[in-house]
Design a protein around this ligand. Structure first.
Ligand code: X2X
Length: 345
């Protein structure tokens, strides 16, 4: 081989060696989208939206802008129809989401676990479920259902509000019209309590409360203040802590697979950090040492009623048949494990 041919062969050889890297990098550059669409129900005025925003910023910084997520609050990518969010993520209409277990429960029945009345009772009970074996199993179930779950967040304990009267007993709920979220367990719960529930999206709930088409609703205290529900005739709040909806940070599977392993690690780690920060924000003013949120809501001219354990037990007793029925549907084993985790908390 003469010198020229040798040089040529060498060049070809090193080109061949370099080729996989070139192809991989080019493929990545091609596969990465200029912008990824992140869905939430509520925006950055709420802990939930703040959590999504923290995730977005951490990922943008740590990937030097390779992964650029944009927040679409109001589940606007699916016209506000929050119970379709999970299917939309799976199908790729939505690239990633921070979503409530309630809104995804029509597609993943085990997520109704968190809507079991009076299962978790308080933050310690909720943490015992979410941060233990049960939470890990739920994450695996979500993954099997077709998306990539990364971390937990929290919407919060859902308190009862209405425009008519103070509620202390199930009898006080009789005939009141409540907006509820989109899982049948809520219809059954409110019906068992003698109320008159209507399922509607969060977007529809606000005009319905304003017009008086519905008289009450249930949502965490931070949703109450950020959405200014006192301006939608909600003058009575009952803190009964009957259910709390965790949030889950997820990514569409194809999008996940299109990223380099290093970028996946960054996105996952950022979700964990954002989730933990979000949970702290969601609990602010609602912990044993600091219940300042109650005063904040009272200052809006709202009567806040905190139920005693005995008063909560009255509601729990009425709801026992609903609880038992749903334990079967969700999976008795998973429910038993959750109960044991709460008991040990
Ligand atoms: O619709 C609601 O009540 C909300 C905002 O809490 C959820 O998306 C579950």
């Amino acid at each position: 081989m003469d010198r020229r041919s040798l040089l040529k062969a060498g060049a070809a050889g090193s080109a061949a060696l370099a080729a996989p890297f070139v192809v991989t990098r080019a493929a990545h550059a091609q596969n990465y989208k200029a912008e990824y669409r992140l869905s939430t129900v509520v925006g950055t005025a709420f802990p939930w939206g703040k959590g999504a925003d923290i995730w977005i910023n951490l990922v943008r910084e740590r990937t030097q802008g390779r992964i650029n997520m944009k927040l679409y609050p109001g589940v606007s990518l699916i016209n506000g129809d929050q119970t379709r969010e999970f299917s939309a993520i799976r199908q790729g209409v939505i690239d990633m989401a921070v979503g409530s277990t309630i809104n995804w429960s029509p597609q993943v029945k085990e997520l109704n676990l968190f809507s079991m009345p009076f299962l978790a009772q308080d933050h310690a009970g909720l943490d015992a479920i979410v941060r233990g074996e049960v939470g890990d199993r739920v994450m695996k179930i979500v993954e099997k259902a077709g998306v990539v779950p990364l971390a937990w967040g929290e919407n919060g304990f859902r308190e009862l509000t209405n425009s008519k009267r103070e509620i202390r007993t199930p009898a006080d709920m009789k005939g009141l019209k409540f907006r509820i979220v989109g899982s049948p367990i809520f219809t059954e719960t409110f019906t068992a309590l003698g109320a008159n529930p209507t399922q509607m999206s969060w977007a529809d709930a606000q005009p319905a409360l304003a017009s008086g088409a519905v008289e009450g609703q249930e949502n965490p205290m931070h949703i109450f203040t950020a959405a200014k529900l006192h301006t939608l005739a909600q003058k009575f709040v009952t803190m009964w802590d009957y259910v709390a909806d965790p949030l889950i940070f997820v990514v569409n599977r194809d999008i996940w697979n299109s990223w380099s392993p290093a970028d996946r690690d960054i996105v996952r780690q950022a979700a964990v950090e954002a989730g933990n920060q979000e949970i702290a924000i969601a609990r602010k003013g609602l912990t044993k040492g600091d219940m300042s949120m109650v005063k904040e809501v009272e200052a809006l001219g709202v009567k806040v009623t905190q139920l005693t354990a005995d008063e909560k037990a009255q509601f729990q007793k009425v709801l026992e048949p609903v609880y038992k029925k749903w334990a079967k549907q969700i999976g008795p084993d998973l429910v038993k494990k959750a109960e044991a985790a709460v008991a040990a908390s």
